[in-house]
Design a protein around this ligand. Sequence first.
Ligand code: TMO
Length: 316
Amino acid sequence: MKTKYILTAAAFALSSVCFTGVAFAEAESDEPIIIVQNNWTSQLVLSNVVGQLLESQGYTVEYVPSDSQLQFSAITNGDMHFQIEVWEGSMKTAFENAVEDGMIDAGTHEAVTREEWWIPNYVLDVCPEAGNWEGLNACADIFKTAETAPMGRFVGPPADWGKNYAGRIEALQMDFIAINVGQAATLWAELQSAYDREEPIVLFNWTPNFIESKFEGIFVDFPEPEAACFEDPSWGPNPDAVDDCGAPSSAWLKKAMWSGVAEEWPGAAQIMTNIDFNNAQIARAALLVDVDGMEPEDAAALWIEENQELVTAWLN
Ligand code: TMO
């Protein structure tokens, strides 16, 4: 029943936007447009949104999985063509290096993002200053597990998300050990299990995400990063170390495009440039999968159906 409804919704969504681009699509390359996919939910849904919109205009689309750091060289040299979610907090350096090598910065989303250590609000009952890294560190003991004792456990992201929390912990001389999960689902399973029992937990999280609709909590503030944090040991709380800062608390989300797209598929390049997500739209995409249990393709079709006016504007 559910699937049928979704497919019908998708058919409606696509039929109503279909006619707008057929004329220009005919003059363009028949080669498939390769859309990069990463291993977190909003990216999987929104990459499908892009793909389904391009298909509605007559383009052929392929999805290829890639690593959030290594993807940029593939986009630079044309092996892959488009990435919908480039997060400043974890990908800025790899992205900017690729742009220097000729990859196209296809624009900044309206969304404001953050990727950082995060605690449920109930942690503040037992550690009122935990919203700041020094206050959190003073309570490291309550986060210890058999694996990390006497240090606290920080539940970190999969290694391919380009974060080096062990380095930050060392630079800030914190009493924590980063235990990285293998996949995003494990982050949420650890959170759910702690949350159900109101056990202290500090884990990697980001916004926009489905988390904010399901769990109450806050990001932990670290020193705001500046270029000097990574180059100049004297900068920041530790005068003898680089990396003694957090990720930006108010960060950009960008799109990345192969430089050849504008020539091969000019209409598609225009659509990719037009696409612009806000926080609520991205959180909704994640929620359809992580809370409602939909497959990313079906979630994308429903998302398009829910945002007809918006997508029509992008396509015209
Ligand atoms: C790139 N991510 C949103 C998972 O931090």
